[in-house]
Design a protein around this ligand. Structure first.
Ligand SMILES: Cc1cc2nc3c(=O)[nH]c(=O)nc-3n(C[C@H](O)[C@H](O)[C@H](O)COP(=O)(O)O)c2cc1C
Length: 358
């Protein structure tokens, strides 16, 4: 089966075509430092061809949700070293997902500071904060010097990730967080060089990717994109043109992969959005395509057979099944993911999902 075949990402050979998708678990301490349970959680899942970590805040400003980890203080970096060395000892490969939440966050969890965004446009609805549900605030519109600083922060975070032993980094440019906000008209109404046209809306992401390549090295950078997810009030008048142009520009850069998400929500309100994300955007990429969202063993295998994606990433199924590749191989039953323990807490729903018995 294709899922169990080796695949090349950049210059690295991955032992199978099954990736663990990035998943926030909100189990770091209030200083953004991960712990021994995090080491156990990732080493349990080391049979993945590639582990992509939960979103990791690149700076204090990047933080949107409580108890999410960072990679900008010495304590945070040291804690990640324990994760990467344990994963490597067991023969795994692990990328750090770099995260800046932009306007998705609340000042109660940001030392009283407003979230930041390309434009001062609030998300409609409420945010889950450490003090319960709160209306989204109107974010601070980033100035040009502030944008340049964020690009540098990404570069520093990538350097820190390599110092911490990660095999590479993934830019989280999906699901309505800061890079995705720059890409989309509903969050970006700027009239300077970062907004107003497809090329200008792409500029921030391309500058960040270049900075990550400079910091982490060629073939050690991936990017996650969700061209048709309206989550966090992300909307585009022409997502095909926007993301096609972006992927063409990314083709010019030495990346390890492009991680593409299918739509996770109904597209009834967006009749102009393409229904087939992989078929529309995948063939444009000259890099390895990792397909994500909604796959099981059969549909993942069928996706690989189409020849567009070279790898499938599994989120909820990997969360609940530490030995997912083995279960696929043996056609064994799967543990069900428990929604109640996805975010926050201790080992329950984190490191206590059972392995198959030998
Ligand atoms: C608990 C949980 C946390 C998540 N956190 C992140 C995250 O930090 N970064 C990210 O890019 N996606 C995140 N996602 C989305 C997953 O990476 C993936 O795109 C999604 O679960 C769809 O894949 P699946 O159908 O295989 O679960 C999260 C998903 C879950 C279930």
């Amino acid at each position: 089966m294709r899922l169990f075949e080796k695949v090349t990402a950049g210059r690295q050979t991955l032992k199978n075509s099954i990736a663990m998708a990035p998943m926030t678990r909100s189990r770091a301490n209030s200083e953004g430092v991960v712990n021994d349970l995090t080491v156990l959680y990732y080493t349990q899942r080391v049979s993945a061809g590639l582990i992509i970590t939960e979103g990791i805040n690149i700076s204090e400003q990047a933080l949107g949700s409580p108890w999410t980890p960072g990679i900008y203080t010495p304590e945070q970096i040291d804690a990640w070293k324990k994760v990467t060395s344990a994963v490597h000892d067991k023969g795994g490969l692990i990328y750090a997902q770099l995260w800046h939440t932009g306007r998705v966050g609340h000042s109660v969890d940001r030392n009283g500071k407003l979230p930041v965004a390309p434009s001062a446009i609030a998300i409609k609805g409420q945010h889950f904060s450490s003090q319960g549900m709160k209306d989204y605030e109107t974010p601070h519109e980033l100035t040009m010097p502030e944008i340049r600083q964020i690009v540098r922060d990404y570069g520093q975070a990538a350097k820190n990730a390599i110092d911490a032993g990660f095999d590479g980094v993934e830019l989280h440019a999906a699901f309505g967080y800061l890079p995705n906000q720059f890409l989309c008209e509903s969050a970006n109404q700027r009239t300077d060089e970062y907004g107003g046209s497809i090329e200008n809306r792409n500029r921030f992401v391309l500058e960040v990717i270049q900075e990550l390549v400079n910091a982490a090295g060629s073939d050690k950078v991936g990017i996650k994109l969700s061209p048709t997810n309206a989550y966090n009030n992300i909307e585009n008048s022409d997502p095909v043109a926007q993301f096609k142009t972006l992927i063409e520009a990314l083709n010019q850069m030495p990346l390890a992969y492009i991680h593409l998400m299918n739509a996770m929500f109904p597209l009834d309100k967006f009749p102009h959005y393409p229904k087939d994300v992989m078929g529309t955007f995948g063939p444009i990429s000259k890099h390895l395509v990792i397909a994500n969202a909604g796959y099981n063993k059969e549909t993942g295998e069928a996706e690989l057979e189409k020849g567009i994606a070279g790898m499938i990433s599994y989120g909820a199924l990997f969360l609940a099944n530490p030995d997912l590749p083995r279960r696929f191989e043996l056609n064994a039953g799967l543990n069900e993911p428990d929604r109640a323990t996805m975010f926050g807490g201790g080992e329950k729903g984190y490191t206590d999902y059972p392995f198959l018995r030998d």
